[in-house]
Design a protein. Structure first.
Length: 106
């Protein structure tokens, strides 16, 4: 994949991480309401789209930095981009996500 932009400035990274933290908060709020709802899936998709957009713009290394900063800011995990079965279980593995849904630190 071609990288479209040079490395973001520290201020740009912080702004992108804060935006991602707000996406994570919305996703987690929906997930707490229902782990099987369309709304939860929609908000999970916005987080995934944000991650993929960062990858296209800056590459995997910078994306990981920004995504982890967002997770730390929100104190919430990154949801996987894999499918969900009818029971609400994740199918597959996503190396850019955490292995559980919830808070990073208690």
């Amino acid at each position: 994949m071609a990288i479209l932009k040079q490395t973001p400035t520290p201020d740009e990274k912080k702004a992108l991480a804060s935006f991602g933290a707000s996406l994570l908060k919305t996703f987690h709020a929906e997930y707490e309401r229902s782990s099987k709802s369309r709304s939860m899936e929609y908000h999970r998709g916005t987080v995934i789209g944000w991650r993929w957009m960062l990858d296209a713009l800056y590459g995997q290394r910078i994306t990981e930095e920004i995504v982890e900063a967002a997770a730390e800011e929100a104190n919430l995990t990154i949801p996987p981009a894999c499918d969900i079965d009818d029971e609400g279980n994740w199918i597959g593995f996503d190396s850019g996500a955490h292995t559980y849904i919830g808070k990073l630190h208690e």
